[in-house]
Write a protein that binds this ligand. Sequence first.
Ligand code: DGL
Length: 273
Amino acid sequence: MKGSIGVFDSGYGGLTVLKEIVKQLPEYSYLYLGDNARAPYGSRSFDTVHQYTLQCVEWFFSQGCSLVILACNTASAKALRTIQQKDLPLIAPSNRVLGVIRPTTEVIDNYTHTNKVGIVGTTGTVSSGSYPIEIAKFYPDIKVFQEACPMWVPLIENNEYNNPGADYFVQHHLQNLLKQDADIDTLLLACTHYPLLIDKLRQFTPDHINIVSQGEIVAKSLVEYLKRHPEMEERCLKTGAIDFYTTDSTTDFNNKATIFWGDNVQSKYADIR
Ligand code: DGL
């Protein structure tokens, strides 16, 4: 049976990825789920992020999805490997769950000339060490510098990211990151919420630094994945429909999702707990 491609985030951030995926693959059907009732995931433990993410992945499977993208760095960093290696073989061996870290690290050398890359992300993503570990596998010559920005997601989720109050937290973390090495020439936004901060980040980042968002990278990587895996591609429904689900209030989701999606969103409730 064919099903939609599932796209997951703890909240709204994954919408920035879904938007790019739909641009590149408009013919497919998509199911988006934000686990807003339990967001943010950024400062939660490995076990908790794994438990929540697995429940959501199982929900996608129950809706007929056989391919799920974790459009969340925190879930990709803290839950993806366990889901792929331990859970999937038991619950749905022919289904696939993909993350956002691998596709991003695979192409990071396209952006840096100095081989010095700065990463901003949630506390969970940064402390997992996933980016330095994955980048070292592909590009051992690239040096990675990280900074956890625990206030950025709450500022974005509360629609305060364009206000002057956000300036302090943006500047503070950028300075902490950039002072680690004067030759950092690439700033990777390793959180799917952060593209909303792009204007503020540009304002406080020296011009020569490349700011990299993941949406387009992840979308391109999905295009290639579907070419390489016709057995998965065949299982993906093509109606062009996009359905949005949230584990919290649909009214709140519809209001806030517009900021990320740029258009009206009509969500449905998913009872996951
Ligand atoms: N959008 C998630 C990410 O990419 C972070 C949001 C959260 O902390 O839940 O890491």
